[in-house]
Write a protein that binds this ligand. Sequence first.
Ligand code: ADP
Ligand code: MG
Length: 238
Amino acid sequence: MADVRLTNVNKAFGETKVLHDINLEIHDGEFMVFVGPSGCGKSTLLRVIAGLEDITSGELRIGGRVVNDVPPAERGIAMVFQSYALYPHMTLFDNMAFGLKLAKMPKDEIDRAVHGAAKILNIEHLLDRKPKALSGGQRQRVAIGRAIVRKPEVFLFDEPLSNLDAALRVRMRYEFAKLHESLKTTMVYVTHDQVEAMTLANRIVVLSTGKVEQVGAPLELYEYPVNLFVAGFIGSPK
Ligand code: ADP
Ligand code: MG
């Protein structure tokens, strides 16, 4: 487990400033949700934490360690995207084990890690199947399973439910809550869905065009929004 701390983080793509002086503390074990309209910089912020994008200035710490120059694989994070690609020719077991095999983990440890993750996600009975034999929700579970087996200190989820239909999104929301309850790991979760944010978050970060507008617990934002942007965003159902 680890906390994540951003101090005066700026990110520009060429001339375009996308993140403006972000100061943010994500506590150890916290379920933090980033919300904000499309294009406001949510994915960029996650990618910066993951190390998939360099920052233009500022400091980023994970578990107290400055990671500005640490490559993604050494940051102790695992990221799940909205469009997750499973390997179609591999079984679910092999899909989840692949990264561990590359890392030369002993076979019995791989077995334990994959079965442990599959159990949490309720896909143990599907481990011999190939992705095409699965529903959308089951595939998304495998993608999450691939992250769990790596035992990251921080999970980063970028709109993981946005490709699923509405009913499944509601069910999977509950799965994320359960996942956090059982792993107790720091989780950073991006969504543009206010209801998802309100139900899952310990705290919510509201972003608008690369700036943090407000950080607070769901009820706090709902009852005491600092400005009209936050009020409009949190108060209006989808
Ligand atoms: P969100 O995830 O909130 O929809 P993004 O982080 O994807 O927003 O994008 C924030 C802004 O940064 C957008 O204006 C987008 O066009 C721009 N942007 C994102 N990635 C790049 C890139 N690689 N090069 C140039 N501009 C980018
Ligand atoms: Mg995005």
